[in-house]
Write a protein of this length. Structure first.
Length: 452
């Protein structure tokens, strides 16, 4: 893949994992989980369980990434295990829905909230009115940001890798330091907690889904595996080490939230970082939190733009996507795929349709991740002589754990859809789109075979 010019080192690979995971989720999800559980043991138990499931997934992907270190991640693994039709369906959902939607979903809120707070101006107001469409200041800023980071990613890998390390290091160091400072130098909150002795299954499931969102991004490095130095060692260490580090960091941050606010105070916080700053009466607390979140979101955006383009490139190179996206490669960088992704993301930003797209593809994303873990099991059987620098820990325990939880969540969401819960059919539509992509490509292949 694009010359496989390997220039991303250990710190770069690790920052892709940590930077993709660390974002706004750790500030908005803990209050939601506190409200759902209303029980301190269950609150921390859900976070720990989410971390274990993420580690199980990272462990499975680590074996695949070390054995098949190619660009494209899930697409490349599933192409190897199941053939082009399954891989095509997965690639379409990831490139069009998950990555394209995520780029827009990070860029716009970054300007809506963090940048607006830092500059003291409401950027959600209309900046350009073309009659048929109104464009806000946040949308203009988001488009500029997508173009700038895409341009950065068209340069040598060492450039955007260095930026990723920088943007990830700032929030990690500051958040770790602040959490330790709070836990060691401030008095704990004195509150009377109303403990919920038995947490309903529906609340537990909702809490887990929130935590799942906060941990998402642990697999980011597999999409750039073709550019990672010594992938047999680096990819597994980045996946497992990065996920483990974020799990510990999340636990530390949640402890600091509870220390200052208590569980009941956290449940009503809305956004925990700003609320903690207010409780500590720090004059620049809100600005510091906004700056930290902005850095974390920029790191996530950079990693998402890098990874998504390599899915499109791998698909085009394999002949299942627009062939032009396989052109424009220079210095190991898929430039055409990067710019095509930028155009798609800008369209989503202008139309504001990215939120619906993410809702549609949420459940399909669980399916694609599960298919990749199933690919691990299949390739163990089909390709037993393949050199595997890293092997899944306690195999097949980790794949079984990951698949059991994922399939359980999928089943629960399908049950909600059939129960008629409002908005619950959105993810089901995403599954239908995934299936249609598979059958369309399968039919196209059969027609080509008949007329060959």
């Amino acid at each position: 893949m694009f010359g496989e010019k390997r220039s991303v080192g250990m710190f770069g690979a690790l920052s892709f994992v940590v930077g993709s995971m660390l974002g706004i989720g750790i500030f908005i999800i803990p209050p939601e989980i506190a409200g759902l559980t209303q029980n301190l043991s269950v609150f921390f138990g859900v976070w720990l369980f989410g971390g274990i499931v993420a580690l199980a997934g990272a462990d499975c992907f680590a074996e695949l990434g070390s054995a098949y270190p190619k660009a494209g991640g899930d697409f490349a693994f599933q192409r190897q295990a199941f053939g082009s039709s399954v891989a095509f369906a997965t690639g379409c959902v990831l490139f069009v829905g998950v990555f394209g939607g995520s780029i827009a979903a990070v860029a716009v809120p970054l300007w809506n909230f963090q940048i607006s707070a830092l500059v003291g101006t409401d950027l959600t107001k209309t900046a350009v009115d073309l009659g048929f469409i109104s464009i806000s200041g946040s949308q203009v800023g988001a488009i500029f940001l997508v173009l700038f980071i895409t341009l950065l990613n068209t340069t040598r890998a060492r450039n955007w890798s260095a930026v990723q390390v920088f943007l990830t290091t700032i929030p990690v160091v500051v958040l770790s330091g602040l959490a330790l400072y709070i836990l060691t130098t401030t008095e704990p909150a004195i509150v009377v907690e109303q403990v919920k002795p038995n947490v309903p299954w529906s609340d537990l499931t909702a809490a887990y889904l929130g935590v799942y969102f906060a941990y998402s991004g642990w697999n980011a490095v597999i999409y750039i595996a073709g550019e990672v130095k010594n992938p047999g060692r680096t990819v597994p260490r980045a996946l497992v080490g990065g996920t483990l580090f974020v799990t510990v960091l999340y636990g530390l941050i949640c402890c600091s939230f509870i220390h200052v606010l208590g569980l009941s105070g956290l449940s009503s916080a809305g956004e925990a970082g700003t609320r903690v700053a207010q409780e500590l009466a720090h004059p620049y607390g809100a600005s510091i939190v906004a700056l930290l979140v902005a850095c974390a979101l920029l790191a996530s955006l950079n990693a998402t733009i890098s990874g998504g383009a390599r899915i499109a490139y791998a698909m085009a190179k394999d002949g299942v996507f627009w062939s032009k996206l396989a052109d424009g490669e220079r210095d190991g960088v898929p430039k055409n795929a990067l710019w095509a992704q930028a155009i798609w993301a800008m369209g989503l930003i202008l139309t504001g349709s990215f939120e619906q797209l993410i809702q549609l593809t949420g459940l399909a994303m669980l399916i694609t991740g599960s298919l990749t873990v199933i690919a691990l099991i299949k390739l163990r059987s089909d390709d037993p002589d393949r050199y595997r620098p890293y092997r899944s820990f306690c195999y097949p325990l980790m794949p079984i754990l990951y698949l059991t939880i994922n399939l359980g969540v999928i089943g629960f969401k399908l049950f909600e859809a059939f129960e008629g819960k409002q908005g619950s059919w959105y993810p089901v539509v995403g599954l239908i789109i995934l299936a249609l992509a598979y059958f369309l490509h399968f039919g196209w292949r059969r027609l080509r075979h008949v007329h060959a």
